[in-house]
Design a protein around this ligand. Structure first.
Ligand SMILES: [Zn+2]
Length: 286
Protein backbone atom coordinates (compact mmCIF):
# COMPACT_ATOMS: atom_id res chain seq x y z
CA UNK A 1 0.00 0.00 0.00
CA UNK A 2 1.33 3.44 -0.93
CA UNK A 3 2.19 5.91 1.80
CA UNK A 4 -0.46 8.58 2.25
CA UNK A 5 0.02 12.32 2.44
CA UNK A 6 -0.61 13.57 5.97
CA UNK A 7 -2.34 16.71 4.70
CA UNK A 8 -4.62 15.60 1.86
CA UNK A 9 -4.71 11.83 2.40
CA UNK A 10 -3.76 11.04 -1.21
CA UNK A 11 -1.14 8.43 -2.14
CA UNK A 12 2.40 9.74 -2.23
CA UNK A 13 3.91 9.12 -5.65
CA UNK A 14 7.64 8.38 -5.87
CA UNK A 15 9.75 10.45 -3.45
CA UNK A 16 7.17 12.95 -2.27
CA UNK A 17 8.24 16.11 -0.46
CA UNK A 18 9.95 15.73 2.94
CA UNK A 19 9.89 18.55 5.47
CA UNK A 20 11.24 18.73 8.99
CA UNK A 21 8.44 19.97 11.26
CA UNK A 22 8.80 20.19 15.06
CA UNK A 23 11.92 18.02 14.82
CA UNK A 24 10.10 15.28 12.91
CA UNK A 25 10.54 14.39 9.24
CA UNK A 26 7.17 14.33 7.53
CA UNK A 27 6.45 13.27 3.97
CA UNK A 28 3.88 15.02 1.77
CA UNK A 29 2.52 14.32 -1.69
CA UNK A 30 3.37 17.77 -2.97
CA UNK A 31 4.95 21.11 -2.19
CA UNK A 32 1.43 22.50 -1.86
CA UNK A 33 0.48 20.09 0.94
CA UNK A 34 3.79 20.69 2.78
CA UNK A 35 3.17 24.45 2.78
CA UNK A 36 -0.48 24.08 3.81
CA UNK A 37 0.41 21.74 6.68
CA UNK A 38 3.16 24.06 7.93
CA UNK A 39 0.62 26.89 7.98
CA UNK A 40 -1.71 25.00 10.34
CA UNK A 41 -1.66 25.60 14.07
CA UNK A 42 -0.96 22.77 16.45
CA UNK A 43 -4.51 21.37 16.72
CA UNK A 44 -4.96 21.59 12.96
CA UNK A 45 -1.79 19.56 12.45
CA UNK A 46 -2.98 17.03 15.01
CA UNK A 47 -6.28 16.72 13.15
CA UNK A 48 -4.60 16.33 9.76
CA UNK A 49 -2.27 13.65 11.10
CA UNK A 50 -5.09 11.70 12.77
CA UNK A 51 -7.38 11.97 9.74
CA UNK A 52 -4.56 10.67 7.54
CA UNK A 53 -4.00 7.75 9.90
CA UNK A 54 -7.72 6.97 9.87
CA UNK A 55 -7.77 7.18 6.08
CA UNK A 56 -5.01 4.62 5.94
CA UNK A 57 -6.75 2.24 8.37
CA UNK A 58 -10.03 2.58 6.48
CA UNK A 59 -8.49 1.93 3.08
CA UNK A 60 -6.72 -1.11 4.57
CA UNK A 61 -10.10 -2.36 5.81
CA UNK A 62 -11.67 -1.70 2.40
CA UNK A 63 -8.94 -3.73 0.68
CA UNK A 64 -9.27 -6.54 3.19
CA UNK A 65 -13.06 -6.82 2.89
CA UNK A 66 -13.64 -5.59 -0.65
CA UNK A 67 -16.16 -3.05 0.60
CA UNK A 68 -16.74 0.68 0.92
CA UNK A 69 -16.27 1.59 4.59
CA UNK A 70 -18.42 4.35 6.12
CA UNK A 71 -18.21 5.40 9.77
CA UNK A 72 -20.75 6.84 12.19
CA UNK A 73 -18.80 7.10 15.42
CA UNK A 74 -19.80 9.30 18.33
CA UNK A 75 -16.79 9.77 20.43
CA UNK A 76 -14.74 12.82 21.33
CA UNK A 77 -12.28 13.92 18.67
CA UNK A 78 -8.81 14.48 20.18
CA UNK A 79 -8.59 17.98 18.65
CA UNK A 80 -12.00 19.15 19.88
CA UNK A 81 -13.22 20.38 23.25
CA UNK A 82 -16.84 19.42 22.79
CA UNK A 83 -18.24 15.93 22.55
CA UNK A 84 -19.71 14.35 19.47
CA UNK A 85 -22.80 13.23 21.23
CA UNK A 86 -25.59 11.77 19.14
CA UNK A 87 -26.99 11.15 15.66
CA UNK A 88 -27.68 14.50 14.01
CA UNK A 89 -28.93 15.70 10.66
CA UNK A 90 -25.30 16.52 9.73
CA UNK A 91 -24.45 12.85 10.27
CA UNK A 92 -27.31 11.91 8.01
CA UNK A 93 -26.03 14.10 5.21
CA UNK A 94 -22.52 12.68 5.55
CA UNK A 95 -23.63 9.04 5.62
CA UNK A 96 -26.20 9.46 2.83
CA UNK A 97 -23.63 11.14 0.58
CA UNK A 98 -21.17 8.32 1.16
CA UNK A 99 -23.78 5.63 0.46
CA UNK A 100 -24.96 7.42 -2.69
CA UNK A 101 -21.39 7.73 -3.94
CA UNK A 102 -20.99 3.96 -3.59
CA UNK A 103 -21.71 2.03 -6.80
CA UNK A 104 -24.80 -0.16 -6.50
CA UNK A 105 -22.77 -3.35 -6.95
CA UNK A 106 -20.32 -2.50 -4.15
CA UNK A 107 -20.90 -3.85 -0.64
CA UNK A 108 -20.86 -1.39 2.25
CA UNK A 109 -19.51 -1.72 5.79
CA UNK A 110 -20.98 0.84 8.17
CA UNK A 111 -19.05 1.09 11.44
CA UNK A 112 -21.54 2.20 14.05
CA UNK A 113 -20.82 3.47 17.56
CA UNK A 114 -23.52 5.69 19.00
CA UNK A 115 -25.91 6.23 21.93
CA UNK A 116 -28.66 7.15 19.41
CA UNK A 117 -29.99 10.57 18.53
CA UNK A 118 -32.54 12.37 16.42
CA UNK A 119 -35.32 10.05 15.19
CA UNK A 120 -35.59 11.52 11.71
CA UNK A 121 -31.81 11.44 11.22
CA UNK A 122 -31.62 7.77 12.18
CA UNK A 123 -34.65 6.89 10.03
CA UNK A 124 -33.09 8.51 6.97
CA UNK A 125 -29.85 6.59 7.40
CA UNK A 126 -31.79 3.34 7.98
CA UNK A 127 -33.70 3.87 4.72
CA UNK A 128 -30.50 4.52 2.79
CA UNK A 129 -28.92 1.37 4.26
CA UNK A 130 -31.93 -0.71 3.30
CA UNK A 131 -32.14 0.79 -0.18
CA UNK A 132 -28.50 0.13 -1.11
CA UNK A 133 -28.71 -2.63 -3.78
CA UNK A 134 -25.67 -4.58 -2.56
CA UNK A 135 -24.96 -6.05 0.84
CA UNK A 136 -24.63 -3.69 3.78
CA UNK A 137 -22.96 -4.90 6.98
CA UNK A 138 -23.31 -2.81 10.10
CA UNK A 139 -20.29 -3.28 12.38
CA UNK A 140 -20.88 -2.68 16.10
CA UNK A 141 -17.67 -3.10 18.11
CA UNK A 142 -19.16 -1.70 21.36
CA UNK A 143 -22.69 -0.33 21.24
CA UNK A 144 -25.30 1.09 18.88
CA UNK A 145 -28.28 2.02 21.00
CA UNK A 146 -31.68 3.40 20.10
CA UNK A 147 -31.43 5.17 16.72
CA UNK A 148 -28.17 3.26 16.19
CA UNK A 149 -30.07 -0.01 16.60
CA UNK A 150 -32.67 1.22 14.11
CA UNK A 151 -29.88 1.66 11.56
CA UNK A 152 -28.48 -1.79 12.40
CA UNK A 153 -31.91 -3.37 11.81
CA UNK A 154 -31.81 -2.03 8.25
CA UNK A 155 -28.58 -3.87 7.41
CA UNK A 156 -28.23 -7.25 5.71
CA UNK A 157 -26.00 -8.39 8.55
CA UNK A 158 -24.77 -7.07 11.88
CA UNK A 159 -21.20 -7.88 12.88
CA UNK A 160 -20.82 -7.60 16.65
CA UNK A 161 -18.88 -9.06 19.54
CA UNK A 162 -20.46 -11.45 22.01
CA UNK A 163 -20.89 -8.52 24.41
CA UNK A 164 -21.51 -5.64 21.97
CA UNK A 165 -24.95 -4.22 22.59
CA UNK A 166 -27.97 -3.01 20.69
CA UNK A 167 -31.07 -1.65 22.44
CA UNK A 168 -34.80 -1.02 22.23
CA UNK A 169 -35.93 1.60 19.70
CA UNK A 170 -38.97 3.01 21.51
CA UNK A 171 -39.16 6.77 20.97
CA UNK A 172 -38.53 9.14 23.88
CA UNK A 173 -40.40 12.43 24.16
CA UNK A 174 -38.87 15.04 26.40
CA UNK A 175 -36.88 12.32 28.16
CA UNK A 176 -39.96 10.17 28.79
CA UNK A 177 -40.56 6.88 26.98
CA UNK A 178 -43.50 6.97 24.56
CA UNK A 179 -45.00 3.82 26.11
CA UNK A 180 -45.11 5.41 29.57
CA UNK A 181 -46.80 8.56 28.23
CA UNK A 182 -49.47 6.52 26.45
CA UNK A 183 -50.20 4.38 29.48
CA UNK A 184 -50.75 7.52 31.56
CA UNK A 185 -54.12 8.02 29.86
CA UNK A 186 -55.37 4.69 31.16
CA UNK A 187 -54.17 5.27 34.71
CA UNK A 188 -55.85 8.55 35.60
CA UNK A 189 -59.13 10.20 34.69
CA UNK A 190 -58.48 12.78 31.93
CA UNK A 191 -59.50 15.71 34.15
CA UNK A 192 -56.58 14.86 36.44
CA UNK A 193 -54.02 14.93 33.61
CA UNK A 194 -52.54 18.22 32.43
CA UNK A 195 -53.32 19.42 28.90
CA UNK A 196 -49.61 19.28 28.11
CA UNK A 197 -49.37 15.64 29.05
CA UNK A 198 -52.50 14.73 27.12
CA UNK A 199 -51.04 16.39 24.02
CA UNK A 200 -47.66 14.77 24.64
CA UNK A 201 -49.20 11.33 24.95
CA UNK A 202 -51.00 11.89 21.65
CA UNK A 203 -47.64 12.72 20.05
CA UNK A 204 -46.13 9.67 21.75
CA UNK A 205 -48.75 7.41 20.21
CA UNK A 206 -48.13 8.76 16.72
CA UNK A 207 -44.40 8.57 17.07
CA UNK A 208 -44.52 5.03 18.44
CA UNK A 209 -46.74 3.88 15.59
CA UNK A 210 -44.45 5.47 13.05
CA UNK A 211 -41.29 3.85 14.43
CA UNK A 212 -43.08 0.52 14.71
CA UNK A 213 -44.07 0.66 11.04
CA UNK A 214 -40.53 1.58 10.10
CA UNK A 215 -39.02 -1.34 12.06
CA UNK A 216 -41.51 -3.74 10.52
CA UNK A 217 -40.62 -2.51 7.06
CA UNK A 218 -36.89 -2.83 7.78
CA UNK A 219 -37.27 -6.43 8.95
CA UNK A 220 -40.04 -8.07 6.98
CA UNK A 221 -38.00 -9.05 3.91
CA UNK A 222 -35.44 -10.67 6.22
CA UNK A 223 -37.66 -12.67 8.59
CA UNK A 224 -41.17 -12.65 7.14
CA UNK A 225 -44.14 -10.48 7.96
CA UNK A 226 -45.33 -12.08 11.17
CA UNK A 227 -41.95 -12.30 12.92
CA UNK A 228 -41.11 -8.77 11.82
CA UNK A 229 -44.38 -7.48 13.25
CA UNK A 230 -43.81 -9.18 16.60
CA UNK A 231 -40.24 -7.98 16.91
CA UNK A 232 -41.19 -4.44 15.88
CA UNK A 233 -43.89 -4.43 18.55
CA UNK A 234 -41.43 -5.67 21.19
CA UNK A 235 -38.62 -3.25 20.29
CA UNK A 236 -40.84 -0.17 20.16
CA UNK A 237 -43.49 -0.89 22.80
CA UNK A 238 -41.42 0.17 25.82
CA UNK A 239 -41.56 -3.26 27.51
CA UNK A 240 -38.03 -2.83 28.84
CA UNK A 241 -36.13 0.32 29.83
CA UNK A 242 -34.57 2.28 26.99
CA UNK A 243 -31.03 1.28 27.98
CA UNK A 244 -31.66 -2.47 28.17
CA UNK A 245 -28.71 -4.15 26.47
CA UNK A 246 -29.46 -6.57 23.64
CA UNK A 247 -26.33 -8.72 23.37
CA UNK A 248 -25.30 -11.06 20.57
CA UNK A 249 -27.17 -14.17 21.77
CA UNK A 250 -30.38 -12.20 22.37
CA UNK A 251 -30.17 -10.53 18.96
CA UNK A 252 -29.65 -13.96 17.43
CA UNK A 253 -32.66 -15.28 19.32
CA UNK A 254 -34.71 -12.44 17.83
CA UNK A 255 -33.84 -13.83 14.38
CA UNK A 256 -31.50 -10.98 13.45
CA UNK A 257 -28.64 -11.84 11.11
CA UNK A 258 -25.80 -11.27 13.60
CA UNK A 259 -22.27 -12.52 13.09
CA UNK A 260 -19.10 -12.51 15.13
CA UNK A 261 -15.65 -11.85 13.71
CA UNK A 262 -14.76 -8.21 14.25
CA UNK A 263 -12.03 -7.12 11.81
CA UNK A 264 -8.91 -6.15 13.81
CA UNK A 265 -8.60 -2.87 11.90
CA UNK A 266 -11.86 -1.64 13.47
CA UNK A 267 -10.03 -1.48 16.81
CA UNK A 268 -7.06 0.24 15.17
CA UNK A 269 -9.55 2.88 14.08
CA UNK A 270 -10.93 3.33 17.61
CA UNK A 271 -7.43 3.93 18.93
CA UNK A 272 -7.50 7.24 17.05
CA UNK A 273 -10.44 8.56 19.11
CA UNK A 274 -10.48 9.82 22.69
CA UNK A 275 -12.03 7.57 25.26
CA UNK A 276 -14.73 8.63 27.67
CA UNK A 277 -16.38 12.04 27.75
CA UNK A 278 -19.42 11.19 25.57
CA UNK A 279 -22.86 11.08 27.15
CA UNK A 280 -23.74 7.58 28.19
CA UNK A 281 -26.45 5.66 26.35
CA UNK A 282 -29.03 6.09 29.10
CA UNK A 283 -29.24 9.81 28.37
CA UNK A 284 -30.33 9.36 24.80
CA UNK A 285 -33.32 11.09 23.35
CA UNK A 286 -34.34 8.25 21.09
ZN1 LIG B 1 -1.09 15.92 -0.16
Amino acid sequence: MAEKCIYCGMDIEEEGVVRKIDGEEIKFCSQHCAVMFEGLEKKGRMKAAIMAERGEIISGLEDERGTRVITLIHRREPWEEKDESSISIEDTEHVLMRIRQTPGDKDVDLILHTPGGLVLAAEMIAMAVKNHPSKVSVIVPFYAMSGGTLIALAADEIIMEKDSVLGPVDPQLGGVPAGALISLLGKKPPENISDDNIMLSEEARKSLERVQKMVKWLLEDKMGKEKAENLAEFLTGGYTTHDTPIVFEVAKGFGLNVKQGMPRRVYDLFRTFEFGACPRPQYVKY
